[in-house]
Structure formats: structure tokens, C-alpha cells
Design a protein around this ligand. Structure first.
Ligand SMILES: Cc1ncc(COP(=O)(O)O)c(C=O)c1O
Length: 457
């Protein structure tokens, strides 16, 4: 036991927790009836609670423990860095931040060469939004380009700017009014909204919807489009193949920046190092977090292209530098964790395993589409969703039914997630986002748990 852990029973911890800890997205009135797990340790894909129960974490924490739990190299790097230099602000140079920026830009596509570090995905998007707006003022002096177009169902974070870019009413409503200047368009959610259109017709229709909004608003008022290549928390929405390339073309046509939020998608999750590589699209700004350290320590990054970065260069009296400071930007210990994590990811080429095991699991799960309750099975790499329905009109099952199924899968020793609070509709989507080290045998265990539970639901 370390000095932050006392040896108490799980019930004792629950009692203390109930009195003092405020959990995210949680109705505390129910806490007494809910035995939250007290997780104490983990290794590989397995997490163990204080009562000794083991679970295959098919959720990877919160879509983020990409290299799996218990990686000694990361623990060693963190320990050494804390001893050597625990902190200094990025007003000067610290070696882990410099080397991580170098490593990151070496694996990112194209000329995404300039890294602004922060602490989370929300902060990465907050930073991207501010960079985009400042860029607008400096690139187009005299114009007022500030609006940002996002997608309904997209999620970009909990801070005000990132929440304003988010297109999920239930994450926003209680906090409105939000930041002005954000517009949302229809997401490329083929299963529900393509109607009579083919997948590729629907991809074009969704992208052209963005072009129409740009014209309706006046192109001289828009500075950026923000998108997750594959919307994650909004339901694992894999877009038609022509969607993202078309969005890129539209941005180029109107001189608008493309911000790709790869907070979930990045670092191998979808079977490529970065999801935009599936469609050969390079953004002007990419935002990253989660898999950057595989959750071992908090770290986010906002990375920009050369052309964008140049707009921030000038004489001191022009004040063109990016007007943001962050105490923990480039924190040496978090960056040391990031560097050790990326070394594991690239040495083990984990995106290739995500592609191989993910394709196998997706293929298996698709066989369940014969069951009346299974509406759609979709995904890429190790980012997969199963959407549950009640009838041939695709009526979603209700939230309670989904919770019961998630609970029954958990009883079989597999932790899976339910897409929660994306929209004011029943929560009928279960997602899988396991560590990228998942084996075929573990994928089969996940499949069998789904098969057995769904067949009897
Ligand atoms: C796509 C996406 N962007 C941004 C965020 C926000 O990241 P964080 O929770 O680290 O602030 C999330 C969180 O789940 C996310 O899924």
C-alpha cells in the first residue's frame, strides 16, 4: 500500500466516497443502491476490483488506455522524470516536451509540425478554437471570420468553447447560453439518416450541407469546421468514405480551416495511427489527448500545419504570437509518460493489431445482425458500436433495456460502455473500445458475451 491508499474494505471506501466525492454524469441519489467498483489494480487488458473480481476492460478506461495497463516503461519514465525535474513552465525548454513534440510530429501525417501542449482533450479543442479565431483575425485583417461549424452528436469537451462546439444537447442545455458563433450540421449517421440514398450519395449530401451553411452564413464569417473523423461518444459514426475528403475540399474552396478532433480516434484506435489517414485527409489543426499517454497521466495537444503556424509569426510589436498561457503546458512528467507511451505504440505497431483484431471482432459481431434486437454493428479498428432496436422501424430500445444488457455483459466479466446523453433519445448504443493489445482470444470472449446476452434479450 502506498501512502495515498489505506487498507479499508470496499464498503468503507464506498461510504467515504458517497460522503465526499462528486462523480461525473452521475445521479448521486442513486449512489446508495449502486455498488460502484473500487478498482485497485490492472494489467494488460484486465482490471481488478478490491474484491478480487477481474474484468476484461473492453472500454479501455474511457477510450484511452491504448497500450494497456501496467506498462513498466511508462512507470519508470515517470519516476525518473519526477526525480530529475518534476516541473518547470514551458517559458523555457524541458527535454521531455521537446522530444515528445519531435516524436509526435514525426508520426503525424503531412506538415502538422507545431505542437501546443495542454492537459486534456477539452483543452486541446479549446486551444484549437482560439488558434482558429486568432488566425482568422491575422490572416484576414478587416474581416470578421469567427464562426465554427461542428456536427450534431459530435463531442469536443466540457469547457465552454469545446462544449459550444459539441453537438449534444444534453451535455449543453443546463449551461446555456454558450459561446456565440458555433453552428451545427447533420452528422454522417448513415444507419439512421441516409434514407433512400446510397452511402456515397449520403456522404456527399452531408458534406454539401456544410457548404450550404457556409454560403447561408456568409463565407467571410466562417473560420473553421471541426469534426471527429469517426464520431465517438455520439455513437461511433463511421462516415461514408467520400465524406471527409469532400469536407476538406469545401474548406479549401472557402479558405476555411479544418480542425480534426482525434482525441479518441488517434494513436491507433481505428486501425491506422490517425483516423484521417483512412481517407488521406490532412487537417490544418489536429487535437489529441487520451491515447497520447494512454491515460497514465493527463496530457493533451493541439498540433498545427506549417502554413497556419506562419500566420502567428511577426515582429514583437505586431502581437501576432498565440495569446494563451497554461501553467502545465508541456508538463515534463506527463510528456515523459507520453514519450514512453508513443515508443511502445510505434515499436509494437499497435494500430496494426487494432486493425487485425478489430476486423475479426467486427466480423463476428456482424453475425449478430440476424437477431431482431441488433439494428446495426459498425466500427473501424478497435472502435466498434452495436445499436439496439425494438422493431423493423429501427425504434431504439429504451435506456433501461440497454443498461440491463450492459450489466449482463459485465456479469460475464467484460466491461463495455453505453453511449450516454448524446441526444434526447433513448440510449441504445453499446460501444467497444478495448486496449489495442487485445488478442483474438479476448475478442472471442467479448463476442461470446454479446452473443449469449443478446440472444436471450
Ligand atoms: C472526441 C473527443 N474530444 C474531446 C474530448 C474531451 O476530452 P477530455 O475529457 O480529456 O477533456 C473527448 C472526451 O471524451 C472526446 O471524446
Amino acid at each position: 500500500m502506498t501512502n495515498v491508499q489505506k487498507e479499508l474494505s470496499a464498503q468503507d471506501y464506498r461510504k467515504i466516497d458517497q460522503a465526499h466525492a462528486w462523480h461525473p454524469l452521475f445521479q448521486h441519489q442513486l449512489l446508495e443502491q449502486t455498488d460502484l467498483h473500487v478498482f485497485e489494480q490492472a494489467h494488460g487488458t484486465t482490471i481488478v476490483d478490491s474484491e478480487g473480481r477481474e474484468y476484461l476492460d473492453a472500454y479501455a478506461g474511457l477510450w484511452n488506455v491504448n497500450v494497456g495497463y501496467g506498462r513498466q516503461e511508462i512507470a519508470d519514465a515517470v519516476y525518473e522524470q519526477i526525480q530529475r525535474l518534476p516541473y518547470y513552465p514551458l517559458s523555457q525548454i524541458n527535454i521531455p516536451a521537446t522530444l515528445l513534440a519531435q516524436k509526435l510530429t514525426a508520426i503525424l501525417p503531412g506538415d502538422l509540425n507545431h505542437v501546443f501542449f495542454c492537459n486534456s482533450g477539452s483543452e486541446a479543442n479549446e486551444t484549437a478554437i482560439k488558434i482558429a479565431r486568432q488566425y482568422g483575425r491575422q490572416k484576414y485583417p478587416g474581416e470578421n471570420r469567427y464562426k465554427i461549424i461542428g456536427s450534431y452528436r459530435g463531442y469536443h469537451g466540457f469547457t465552454y468553447g469545446a462544449m459550444s462546439a459539441t453537438g449534444q444537447a444534453r451535455r449543453r442545455k443546463a449551461f446555456e447560453p454558450l459561446v456565440p458563433g458555433f453552428i451545427h450540421v447533420q452528422p454522417p449517421y448513415t444507419y439512421r439518416y441516409a434514407g433512400e440514398l446510397s452511402e456515397s450519395e449520403f456522404g456527399i449530401a452531408c458534406a454539401d450541407g456544410i457548404a450550404r451553411v457556409i454560403r447561408w452564413e456568409g463565407e467571410e464569417t466562417i473560420i473553421a469546421v471541426i469534426a471527429e473523423p469517426i464520431i465517438g461518444g455520439g455513437g461511433v459514426l463511421v462516415p461514408p468514405d467520400n465524406y471527409l475528403p469532400r469536407v476538406r475540399e469545401i474548406c479549401d474552396k472557402y479558405g476555411i480551416l479544418l480542425i480534426l478532433d482525434e482525441v479518441i480516434n488517434g494513436f491507433g484506435r481505428t486501425g491506422k495511427l490517425f483516423a484521417c489517414e483512412h481517407w488521406d485527409v490532412q487537417p490544418d489543426i489536429m487535437t489529441l489527448a487520451k491515447g497520447l499517454t494512454s491515460g497514465y497521466l493527463p496530457l493533451g495537444a493541439c498540433v498545427t500545419s506549417d502554413a497556419l503556424f506562419e500566420v502567428f509569426l511577426g515582429e514583437p510589436e505586431e502581437n501576432r504570437e498565440f495569446a494563451q498561457v497554461c501553467t502545465y503546458s508541456g508538463h515534463p512528467v506527463a510528456c515523459a509518460a507520453g514519450l514512453a507511451n508513443l515508443n511502445i505504440l510505434t515499436e509494437e505497431r499497435l494500430w496494426e493489431n487494432a486493425e487485425r483484431v478489430g476486423s475479426h471482432l467486427l466480423k463476428q459481431l456482424k453475425t449478430l445482425q440476424d437477431l431482431p434486437i441488433v439494428g446495426d454493428v459498425r466500427g473501424k479498428g478497435l472502435m466498434i458500436a452495436v445499436e439496439l432496436i425494438q422493431d423493423s422501424d429501427k425504434t431504439p430500445v429504451d435506456t433501461a433495456a440497454t443498461k440491463k444488457i450492459v450489466g449482463a455483459i459485465q456479469e460475464k466479466g467484460i466491461l463495455v460502455g453505453k453511449i450516454g446523453q448524446a441526444v434526447d433519445e433513448p440510449e441504445n448504443i453499446i460501444f467497444l473500445s478495448p486496449p489495442l493489445i487485445l488478442t483474438i482470444a479476448e475478442a472471442d470472449r467479448i463476442f461470446e458475451a454479446f452473443r449469449d446476452v443478446l440472444a436471450s434479450s
